[in-house]
Ligand binder design. Structure first.
Ligand SMILES: [Zn+2]
Length: 54
């Protein structure tokens, strides 16, 4: 996935910074909510409804 794209994204839930975890194929919020968003076929699904909340 394009790291430049990742740098433009923010968490849609808390508007915190996110990071791409290639091994897990998720975009992880490094802000206060800690939600993880699935990356499907290289496309980040940055939707609160699809977030993994743990
Ligand atoms: Zn967040």
């Amino acid at each position: 996935m394009d790291q430049e794209l990742v740098s433009l994204l923010i968490c849609p839930n808390c508007r915190g910074d996110i990071e791409y975890r290639e091994a897990e194929q998720v975009i992880a919020c490094v802000g206060r909510c800690g939600y993880r968003y699935p990356v499907v076929k290289g496309i980040p699904h940055m939707l609160i409804g699809e977030a993994i909340k743990s």
